[in-house]
Design a protein around this ligand. Sequence first.
Ligand code: GDP
Length: 177
Amino acid sequence: YGDYNQKIDYVFKVVLIGDSAVGKTQLLARFARNEFSVDSKATIGVEFQTKTLLIDHKTVKAQIWDTAGQERYRAVTSAYYRGAVGAMLVYDMTKRQSFDHMARWLEELRGHADKNIVIMLIGNKCDLGSLRAVPTEDAQEFAQRENLFFMETSALEATNVETAFFTILTEIYRIIS
Ligand code: GDP
């Protein structure tokens, strides 16, 4: 429900990218359906999910794309990036390597996407604080240098997930309107 009979003012495509297992699918499930499933890959093959929200009295349909596992084979295609106005670069804050790969993902993104794309860096799994491998300051510094928004989230505990999506969508709206 929710979309029925509703006039849509804007459709914003936002893509999720980052290494496998950082929590992209769960972030999307949390945002779109307020769900978290332990058996994550139940949703494999689903290309995108939508959620309609109000921004500045306008109806914005967010169309959020998940790689559905393509990233494992480094085969995220240019079709994936086509038309995207936003991107979330997701790493797992308990896996240093997934953060170190952000530069590569950013390069790939900038090579494929529109130059005005709004990008947010997301450090996911902040519920696992005792296993933290990426200090907040490292991520903040990277985000500042690369001109990205930045937030730490937990798809599991629903921490900052809505805020993150709302922030990127509002920024896209600000640029486009
Ligand atoms: P993807 O490959 O990037 O789409 O990652 P998934 O969404 O499939 O998540 C990979 C694994 O991390 C799964 O076992 C999830 O249950 C788990 N996971 C995802 N988000 C979180 C989170 O915020 N906290 C914790 N503790 N685990 C998470």
